[in-house]
Design a protein around this ligand. Structure first.
Ligand code: IMP
Length: 423
C-alpha cells in the first residue's frame, strides 16, 4: 500500500496536473481532496491539451479509479461539461469516477454571492467567482447541500428551501441583486442526480478498504500552500486547505496512511489575484517570464503575476506540509535569462527575518542572490546530466537552500519532458 500526496508548494499553478499525470501510472486510485472549479489543471498528451477543473486528471489513464473527495466543492454543471468533453475519448469515465456523498454542491446562488461580495469589498481578493468561498461558508454554517442529499429528495427540498431563503435575502437586501427560483435550482439538482447519482458513494469507507487491500493511492491537491485559508496570506487566499491537513480532512484518510508528500514547485513563482507577493517582478523580466511560461489562468484567462523563486516560502511550505521530496517544474522557461534571481531570505525594516511571515508579508523585502543563466534549450534533456552546467547549478542551489531533495524535474509541458533527478 502507498499513499502519495501531491501538493502545490507555492501560490498554485505549479504544474500539478502534469505531475499528477506523471504519477498516475503508479497509482490505482486518484483522489481530488479540496477546492472546486476555481482550479484549472492542464495536461498535454501527445500535443492534445486537456483542462480539468474538477475531475482528477488521472481519468485520462484507462483503468484508474478517480474520486472527487468529501473536501471538494462540486459544481454539477461544470462536472457535466467535463464528463461530456471526454465523451469522444472512449475512456469509460462513468464507471471509474466516484463522488463523495459528503462533497458540497456549488449552486448558482453561490456564484452570485461570490460576485456580489467581491463587488462589495474594498479590498478585492481577486476570486475566480466560481462560488467556492460561499459554498464553503454554507458548509460551516451547516446550511449546505451535499451530493449524498440526493438520496433523500424530500429532505433535500427542505434544506434547499431554508438555504435559498437566506441567500435570496442576502442577495436582494444587502447587495441589490436578482434572486433565484427554487424550481430552477431543483432542476440542476435533479439533473445531477440523474446523471451522477450512481457514482455517489461513501468514499471514505471505499478508501479505507483500498488501504486494507494494499492499493496505491494518489491524493491530488488544488491551488497551493500560500493560498491555504489557515497558513496562507489571509485574506488573499482560497477558502479551503490545499496543505496536508486538507488532504486528510478532504478524503478521510489519516496521517498514518500517508507514505510520501511531494511538493510541486515552479522554478520561478507566480500568483493570480490580489495579495502580497514579495518576489514579484513587475518589470521586463516578469513580463518575459509570463510570456515564456504562458502564465495566463487556466480557469479565468487572467495574466498571472510573475516573479523569482522564494526560498523562505518553500521552506515554510515544506515544514507545514511535511514535504518529503520536490518536483521542480518549468525549468525550461528560464532559458535565455542572463541572470536568475533567487530570494534566499527577507528583511523587515532592515532586519533579517528567517521565516515566512504570512500575515505581514506586504512589509518584507526579499534578499536576492543572482545565479548565471543558460541559453541552451533544455526541453530535449532526459536526465540531469543532460542539462547545461548553469541549469544544474541552479537546481542544486535551490535544493541546498530549501533542504529537501528535488526528486523530479520537468523541462516542458508533455509527459515526455519529465525525469528523475538522481544525483
Ligand atoms: P477563489 O478560491 O476563487 O475564491 O479565489 C481566491 C484566491 O485564490 C484568488 O486570488 C484566486 O486567484 C486564487 N486561486 C483560486 N484558485 C486558484 C488556482 O487554481 N490557482 C491559482 N490561484 C487560484
Amino acid at each position: 500500500m502507498s499513499c502519495v500526496v501531491a501538493i502545490g508548494a507555492q501560490w498554485g499553478d505549479e504544474g500539478k496536473a502534469k505531475m499528477i499525470d506523471y504519477f498516475t501510472p503508479g497509482s490505482d486510485i486518484i483522489v481530488r481532496y479540496q477546492g472546486g472549479a476555481n482550479a484549472g489543471h492542464t495536461v498535454v498528451v501527445k500535443d492534445k491539451k486537456y483542462v480539468f477543473h474538477l475531475i482528477p486528471s488521472g481519468i485520462l489513464h484507462k483503468g484508474k479509479i478517480c474520486i472527487i473527495g468529501n473536501g471538494v466543492v462540486l459544481d454539477p454543471d461544470q462536472l457535466s461539461k467535463e464528463v461530456d468533453s471526454l465523451k469522444d475519448e472512449r475512456l469509460d469515465v462513468k464507471s471509474r469516477l466516484l463522488i463523495s456523498d459528503s462533497a458540497h454542491l456549488i449552486l448558482p446562488y453561490h456564484k452570485a454571492m461570490d460576485e456580489a461580495l467581491e463587488e462589495f469589498r474594498s479590498n478585492k481578493i481577486g476570486t475566480t467567482n466560481r462560488g467556492i468561498g460561499p459554498c464553503y461558508s454554507d458548509k460551516c454554517m451547516r446550511i449546505g447541500i451535499r451530493a449524498g442529499d440526493v438520496m433523500n429528495m424530500d429532505l433535500l427540498r427542505e434544506k434547499l428551501d431554508f438555504s435559498l431563503k437566506i441567500k435570496n435575502l442576502q442577495l436582494e437586501k444587502i447587495h441589490g441583486k436578482p434572486t433565484f427560483k427554487f424550481d430552477d435550482i431543483m432542476d440542476i439538482i435533479e439533473r445531477f442526480k440523474d446523471n451522477f447519482g450512481d457514482m455517489i458513494k461513501n468514499t471514505q469507507g471505499y478508501l479505507h478498504n483500498a488501504v486494507r487491500d494494499g492499493k496505491k493511492i494518489l491524493l491530488e491537491g488544488a491551488q497551493g500552500y500560500a493560498l491555504d485559508i489557515d497558513h496562507g496570506t489571509y485574506p488573499y487566499v482560497t477558502s479551503s486547505n490545499p496543505t496536508i491537513g486538507g488532504a486528510l480532512l478532504g478524503t478521510g484518510l489519516n496521517s498514518f496512511n500517508v507514505t510520501e508528500v511531494v511538493g510541486i514547485t515552479k522554478a520561478y513563482i507566480t500568483r493570480v489575484g490580489e495579495g502580497p507577493f514579495p518576489t514579484e517582478d513587475k518589470g521586463e523580466e516578469g513580463e518575459r517570464l509570463r510570456l515564456n511560461g504562458r502564465e495566463f489562468g487556466a480557469t479565468t484567462g487572467r495574466p498571472r503575476r510573475c516573479g523569482w523563486f522564494d526560498v523562505e516560502l518553500l521552506k515554510q511550505s515544506c515544514s507545514i506540509n511535511g514535504i518529503t521530496s520536490i518536483a521542480l517544474t518549468k525549468l525550461d522557461i528560464l532559458q535565455g535569462f542572463e541572470k536568475i534571481k533567487v530570494s534566499t531570505g527577507y528583511k523587515i525594516d532592515g532586519k533579517k527575518v528567517a521565516y515566512f511571515p504570512s500575515s505581514i508579508l506586504n512589509r518584507v523585502e526579499p534578499v536576492y542572490e543572482e545565479l548565471e543563466g543558460w541559453d541552451e534549450d533544455v526541453t530535449k534533456c532526459r536526465k540531469f546530466s543532460d542539462l547545461p552546467k548553469n541549469a544544474r547549478k541552479y537546481v542544486n542551489f535551490l535544493e541546498k537552500s530549501i533542504g529537501v531533495k528535488i526528486k523530479i524535474l520537468s523541462v516542458g509541458p508533455s509527459r515526455e519532458n519529465t525525469f528523475e533527478k538522481k544525483g
